[in-house]
Write a protein that binds this ligand. Structure first.
Ligand code: SF4
Ligand code: SF4
Length: 315
């Protein structure tokens, strides 16, 4: 297959998702957690220290996220503190149900608040919300978001993310208007199959497209995923560890990882894991703005702004 010329695209180390655990008891209907074959566990302080060493002077955007509940790791506040002290911008993705399932979880998250907190709030239609998130009512979840804002008191940026499924395919404008009313930045994206791993396929809106249109995955070029045990995977859709690029202790610094990614990117399609052939992640084919060099938060912000604009255009 011939791809458009993209020889100028070189991987960069701009953002990293860190899965501090892959445990979660929230039971969301759109979660493929049942299919996880990777070992289950919780990131230790030793692995996180190795990770900070690995990230070195990259000053990347480090988001506590992944195939689990970050609040289920009691060391989260310490990890945020260490990442901030090392000069990284930090973010966390949380579910409102986690604030109820972990007593004091909200306070713990805010001991050393990350720069940004993204709240997963799939839908603003109560029946849809409760179908997708069976462990918490819509009303209670909304209360948690409002309490969070009160307790954050301006120390973190709070954003809300939603998804479009077959149950709420026309909700985009309603979702935006709802959060605008409460003055929360938000976005809503189509539910995808997480690399073909979604158990609940009837939630997908339509037959999703497959394949890498440009011969490379845009997400892979600027984003890295690190599992709780230090394994570096192509992305969070990898549930069996088959896309491992190495481990944090073994690779020593992010520059070694970049060398591996650059070598992979010289051959198209990139990456060519079996998982990628089943993937329908919208970000994989997004038009990639000029990739900034690492180390400058301003350049990174400009990059993410352009990426968000490209994402809106592609919907
Ligand atoms: S909160 Fe996240 S990891 Fe937990 S069940 Fe829901 S989607 Fe899955
Ligand atoms: S193509 Fe899909 S599965 Fe492969 S690295 Fe990109 S997002 Fe992950």
């Amino acid at each position: 297959m011939r791809y458009p010329d993209s020889s100028h695209i070189k991987p960069r180390f701009i953002s990293v998702d860190v899965e501090v655990t892959n445990f979660c008891s929230n039971g969301c209907a759109m979660c493929p957690r049942e299919a996880i074959k990777r070992p289950a566990g919780v990131m230790t302080g030793d692995i996180f220290r190795e990770l900070i060493h690995f990230l070195g002077e990259s000053r990347c955007l480090l988001t506590f996220s992944g195939m689990g509940d970050p609040l289920a790791n009691p060391m989260l506040p310490e990890f945020i503190r260490m990442a901030r002290s090392a000069g990284h911008e930090t973010g966390a993705v949380v579910h409102p149900a986690s604030f109820l399932s972990h007593r004091g979880g909200m306070e713990r998250l805010l001991e050393c608040p990350p720069h940004s907190i993204t709240v997963s709030f799939p839908s603003v239609q109560p029946t849809v919300f409760e179908r997708l998130c069976p462990v918490i009512t819509f009303e209670s979840a909304l209360n948690q978001v409002m309490t969070l804002r009160e307790k954050v008191a301006g120390r973190s940026r709070i954003r809300v993310s939603g998804i479009l499924t077959r149950l709420n395919m026309d909700e985009k404008n309603e979702f935006r208007a709802f959060w605008k009313k409460y003055d929360f930045p938000c976005w809503v994206t189509p539910c995808h199959s997480r690399g073909g791993n979604l158990a609940n396929y009837e939630l997908l809106m339509e037959t999703q497209d497959r394949g890498l249109a440009k011969g490379f995955c845009s997400l892979f070029m600027f984003h890295t995923f690190i599992a709780w045990n230090g394994d570096i995977l192509a992305c969070c859709h990898d549930l069996d560890g088959s896309t491992s690029l190495g481990t944090v202790p073994e690779l020593l610094t992010f520059r070694h990882l970049l060398t591996i990614k650059e070598r992979m990117a010289s051959i198209r399609p990139c990456p060519s894991f079996k998982l990628c052939s089943r993937c329908d992640e919208p970000l994989r084919n997004i038009s990639l703005p000029m990739l900034p060099e690492t180390g400058s938060p301003e350049a990174r912000h400009r990059f993410f702004q352009k990426l968000a604009a490209a994402s809106k255009r592609s919907k």
